[in-house]
Design a protein around this ligand. Structure first.
Ligand code: MG
Length: 161
């Protein structure tokens, strides 16, 4: 049976942090603030997968009050989401996502992001969609105060998962 989940995440842009999106370190004057590596794309995708399972968000699995996850690579979170699917006898069918960032331009990094995500989730890069859009200079994203990501996941689950 097809189960669908959605995910959303946002982190603030600050100086003296690396910008990591989809597991790729992107050269930029600012990076995303957060307890882990603040990879909004991976976080949104995690929540989409967990949502398809009817589970709580990643904060439930990896509390940001736990020092173990300080500066943790978000790949760990994705691997856990994938493990939750496998544990239920399920399979990720596809992921689709959108990064919303005024700057920098992200298009050329998308193939590398896909390969990182595919590896963490143990699926084929073709099963992953990533788009990037600006926010047309509107609001906090338009003012380059933060970057957001939205994602949807399709997961095939057995009837008695
Ligand atoms: Mg987050």
């Amino acid at each position: 049976m097809l189960h669908v989940g959605t995910g959303y995440d946002v982190h603030a842009l600050v100086t003296e942090r690396k910008l990591i999106l989809g597991g790729v370190e992107i050269p930029h004057s600012k990076g995303l603030d957060g307890h882990s590596d603040a990879d909004v794309l991976m976080h949104a995708i995690c929540d989409a997968i967990l949502g398809a399972l009817g589970e709580s968000d990643i904060g439930h699995f990896f509390p940001n009050t736990d020092p173990r996850w300080r500066n943790a690579p978000s790949k760990l979170f994705l691997q856990e989401a994938a493990r939750q699917v496998t544990f239920r006898g399920g399979k990720i069918i596809n992921i689709d996502s959108t990064l919303i960032a005024q700057e920098p331009k992200l298009m050329r990094h998308i193939p590398e992001m896909k390969s990182h995500l595919a590896e963490a989730l143990n699926i084929h890069p073709k099963q992953i969609g990533i788009k990037a859009t600006t926010n047309e200079n509107l609001g906090f994203i338009g003012r380059e105060e933060g970057i957001a990501a939205i994602a949807v996941a399709g997961v095939d689950l057995p009837e008695n998962y």
